[in-house]
Design a protein around this ligand. Structure first.
Ligand code: BES
Ligand code: MN
Ligand code: ZN
Length: 488
């Protein structure tokens, strides 16, 4: 547990742990102002003796008797390599060390002039390093200490804004992780809608939830085809709306895939492939959490978050391979594989966004295993023919340290989703599976500038890696927030 972080020029009295990120190519002693000469000399000797030079992941912990605190030096590599996630990871390492040492009061600094962006990264890392999802486990006896952190920097207006931004981002990312980590039996489509309503209330957003009847009235037949096998847990359609105080000409629609559990439907997945399929609403989690942060940051653009939430289950009522269904925008689809359900739910959600007057649409979806074959588990694929939107998202992802890779909407693959009996079929050929899924979605956005992020890889992590914890990662939240309200 960690309280809101604060800024301090010097580590506060009674600080128990001082963590200093050290660059290989920067002297660090001058950044430890407040340490007495003799102590500093001793620490430098110790660093030399242990061959500590600030290389990535080197670490040295040393007790300063005169200052009565533990000093922990953490290697960060070279300053110029700082475009990666090393500062977020430093924050995570620091709060985990404080947890292990049961330090109540700790401070964090780095051996270079600290920028507002650095402060945001450190704050995000401090919080997310301690993220856990354990409320279903019996509580252990020992009580975790409530940590208090100071980041050593001027208390300027810009710096405190950056710190506050870090707090907001960390909260939103943790929220998205929670939603992904909740299992399919708990986080049903109705429960997801309730979570969205709760968040809307807390952040001052407008919210509209459509139930099964409303969805039928909207003619969302592709979405309904996926939901048809789910006779126990009905679908919901979630629409959150953030209105800026000054009228905006931009209306950005964030659309998230919200399959709360993907069994594959009648085209049933093998058991092992199903084990993580509670995460098939990672896109929904990202857009819901992001719009909450966007409201808190008082963005000056109008933003909507849309989720067509459903399970994908086998049942006598399920849609069958070979079924032909006409979607909300009139496109007929031959459903050949019920496990390619995401594009069906999204097709109707995208057409709804178009009719609501979207000026830009960005969808996030755990859409294809093929995307992980292409890019691995760390990067999401970005599809967009709209240069401005694409460049905006790529640079937002860079600031966010989220791995995003531009992929082509290859024209020559378009024929592979043509059906002899309908306008489209919901699967392509053996190659370019992530691309053909994106090309399918393109049929539902009309002329509206659109970007699609296939987040199948990074939505979920099988292991802890720095500030990323096992399970839901909250991938995409920060990139969306940075895109809509960039850090000034
Ligand atoms: N939700 C899956 C994609 C997925 C797989 C996400 C693994 C995260 C990890 C999606 O609904 C799916 O099943 N896609 C199929 C499409 C195929 C049938 C054309 C796939 O990728 O196998
Ligand atoms: Mn599927
Ligand atoms: Zn799916």
């Amino acid at each position: 547990m960690i309280q809101k972080c604060s800024l301090a020029k010097q580590w506060p009295a009674k600080t128990q742990l001082l963590v200093c990120g050290v660059f290989q190519d920067q002297a660090w002693n001058e950044f430890l102002t407040g340490m007495d000469e003799a102590g500093l000399k001793e620490l430098q000797d110790e660093a030399q003796r242990l061959d500590f030079s600030g290389k990535t992941d080197q670490q040295l912990t040393w007790y300063s008797a005169t200052n009565k605190l533990l000093v922990s030096l953490v290697g960060l590599g070279k300053v110029l390599d700082l475009s990666d996630d090393s500062l977020i990871n430093l924050g995570a390492k620091a709060s985990r060390q404080a947890k292990n040492l049961k330090s109540l009061l700790s401070s964090l600094t780095i051996s270079k002039t600290i920028t507002p962006a650095d402060i945001t990264d450190l704050t995000v890392g401090l919080h997310l390093g301690l993220y856990k999802f354990d409320h279903y486990k019996k509580q252990e006896d020992y009580k975790e200490v409530q940590q208090k952190w100071s980041i050593l920097a001027d208390n300027s207006n810009q710096n405190s804004k950056a710190l506050n931004r870090g707090e907001i981002l960390a909260e939103a990312i943790a929220k998205a992780r929670d939603l992904v980590n909740e299992p399919g039996n708990i986080l049903t489509p109705v429960a997801l809608a309730e979570e969205a309503l709760k968040l809307a209330k807390a952040k001052g957003l407008k919210a509209k939830i459509l139930n099964l009847k409303d969805i039928q009235k909207e003619n969302m037949n592709l979405f309904l085809a996926v939901a048809s096998g789910s006779t126990v847990n009905p679908p919901t359609f979630i629409h959150l709306h953030y209105k800026p105080s000054k009228k905006s000409s931009r209306k950005v629609f964030l659309v998230g895939k919200g399959v709360t559990f993907d069994s594959g439907g009648l085209s049933l997945k093998p058991g092992a492939s199903m084990m993580t399929m509670k995460m098939d609403m990672g896109g929904a989690a990202a857009v819901i959490a992001a719009i909450g942060a966007i409201a808190e940051l008082k963005a000056d653009i109008e933003v909507h978050a849309i989720v067509a939430a459903t399970e994908n289950m086998p049942d006598g009522a399920s849609c069958r391979p070979g079924d032909i269904v006409i979607g909300r925008n009139g496109t007929s689809v031959e459903i050949l594989n019920t496990d390619a359900e995401g594009r069906l739910t999204l097709g109707d959600a995208l057409s709804y966004a178009v009719d609501q007057g979207a000026t830009e649409i960005i969808d996030l979806a755990t859409l294809t295993g093929a995307c992980m074959v292409a890019l691995g588990t760390q990067a999401a694929a970005l599809y967009s023919d709209h240069k401005e939107l694409r460049d905006g998202l790529l640079s937002a992802a860079q600031v966010s340290k989220e791995d995003l890779w531009h992929m082509p909407l290859s024209k020559n693959l378009k024929k592979s989703i043509k059906s002899p009996v309908a306008d489209l079929k919901n699967i392509g050929g053996p190659y370019g599976g992530s691309i053909t899924a994106a090309l399918f979605l393109q049929h539902f956005v009309g002329e509206v500038p659109w970007a699609h992020l296939d987040i199948a890889g990074p939505a979920y992590s099988e292991e802890e890696q720095g500030y990323i914890t096992k399970g839901g990662r909250g991938y995409g939240v920060r990139t969306l927030v940075e895109y809509i309200c960039p850090q000034k």
